[in-house]
Design a protein around this ligand. Structure first.
Ligand SMILES: Cc1cc2nc3c(=O)[nH]c(=O)nc-3n(C[C@H](O)[C@H](O)[C@H](O)COP(=O)(O)OP(=O)(O)OC[C@H]3O[C@@H](n4cnc5c(N)ncnc54)[C@H](O)[C@@H]3O)c2cc1C
Length: 375
């Protein structure tokens, strides 16, 4: 038996993970199919946040930051619903931007409301992350004006949004090559329009919208960092490692669904590759590696960042293999539209393509490793 499945009094499972489990296996499990089909689970997100599920990595009064715990909390939820696990990551990194901004206007009550889930938000950093890795150019432009900037442009998809939400964004500053503004973009500000995205094959309930900006004013109160690159350098490893929670959780969910049919189908499933005990051993080893990396999330060494990218890539690849194998193990019952097994295949595809996608991770690892090599 997995020690985490023991009754609370006998296990060393952190209280936060037990709280996540209760919500994930209760109200979240009851609507997981509706979420897959497009329902945004605002109330569940707020419950998970209020229980501390999206803030364990932040330094709060009486609470030291614990990235390992934040990842475990996200994994516990992702086991049941990958979409909600992803939105926990969106909320968690948005909180990280606020805290590391050192801007009093984004800390105090604003951060406190965010931590408690009274306000929800996300991150629009896929495009800048790809821009910094020379994969594409920046889509938002900031023009300096009296007291701040005016920002225009379009982001094709940002998640965990709604009319009263916000997210961290980055715009290139006009006339100042290589200089960027990082700011909190409020969806209800003048100049901001949310547009529905075309249907995706999964993640439909993640509150994902295209964002159109026309002369949005950004002043000091909403500035996260300007220039943005030093802050990105500070948080990039933390940003990527937190995503491991999704990969670990979706993988565990897939392994559990292989065991669910073992009694009935083990006699024939034993001929499959990627059996549950093999995947579990690999997952446990990866979890241990991620937990170790999570002890020093702000380590600035390139070598450390390569290690984080590699763990994240391993997580995405393991997640793809586990979801695929779970479908092989479950057969037709896993192929039913109502089955969590086929849903997880689509969730695992998202883990592999969300920025940094596997191809982006490999490109960055190749680039940084070449930099690290002695001349
Ligand atoms: C459901 C969902 C939720 C997402 N949530 C977020 C989020 O919260 N924050 C965030 O910053 N990013 C988000 N993204 C974007 C995501 O992180 C990736 O950037 C995106 O999936 C493309 O990554 P890629 O590296 O595979 O680029 P590629 O697919 O290789 O694309 C290269 C370029 O083409 C563009 N492109 C490709 N297909 C289309 C299309 N059909 N229409 C318009 N443009 C296209 C891409 O945007 C990119 O600029 C989300 C994407 C999806 C599908």
């Amino acid at each position: 038996m997995n020690p985490a499945d023991l009754p609370p009094e006998l296990s060393n499972t952190p209280e936060l993970v037990l709280a996540m489990r209760q919500i994930a296996q209760g109200p979240l499990a009851a609507q997981v199919q509706a979420i897959d089909q497009g329902t945004y689970p605002r109330e569940v997100m707020q419950q998970l946040a209020a229980a501390g599920g999206m803030s364990a990595h932040l330094e709060l009064p009486g609470q030291p930051a614990d990235f390992g715990l934040a990842i475990k909390a996200m994994a516990e939820v992702s086991k049941v619903c990958g979409s909600t696990g992803f939105m926990m990551w969106c909320q968690a990194v948005c909180g990280l931007y606020m805290q590391t901004s050192n801007n009093p206007d984004l800390m105090g009550k604003v951060l406190n409301d965010h931590v408690q889930g009274l306000r929800l938000g996300g991150t629009g950093l896929s495009n800048p992350m790809k821009s910094f890795a020379q994969i594409e150019s920046l889509l938002l432009k900031a023009t300096p004006v009296e007291g701040g900037f005016e920002v225009s442009g379009t982001l094709p998809w940002v998640s965990n949004l709604g009319p009263d939400h916000y997210f961290g964004a980055i715009a290139g500053i006009e006339g100042q090559t290589g200089q960027e503004l990082m700011f909190l973009l409020r969806c209800d500000a003048p100049g901001v329009t949310l547009k529905a995205c075309p249907s995706f094959s999964g993640m439909e309930g993640t509150g994902t919208y295209a964002i159109h900006l026309k002369n949005l004013f950004v002043g000091a109160a909403d500035t996260i960092a300007s220039p943005a690159k030093p802050l990105i350098a500070q948080i990039r490893a933390a940003f990527v490692m937190l995503q491991c929670g999704m990969a670990l959780g979706v993988t565990q969910g897939a392994i559990d669904s292989m065991w669910a049919v073992e009694g009935q189908l083990g006699h024939v499933n034993q001929f499959l590759h990627d059996r549950p005990q093999t995947l579990q051993a690999e997952l446990d080893a990866l979890t241990q590696r991620v937990m170790q990396l999570a002890e020093t999330p702000f380590d600035k060494r390139t070598e450390f960042f390569i290690d984080v990218l590699d763990a994240r890539a391993h997580g995405a690849e393991l997640c793809l293999r586990a979801a695929q194998s779970a479908l092989m193990h479950q057969g037709a019952r896993g192929y039913l539209l109502s089955s969590e097994v086929q849903r997880r295949v689509r969730e695992s595809h998202f883990v592999a393509i969300v920025t940094p996608a596997i191809k982006h991770l490999r490109k960055e690892m190749a680039r940084l490793s070449a930099q690290e090599m002695p001349a």
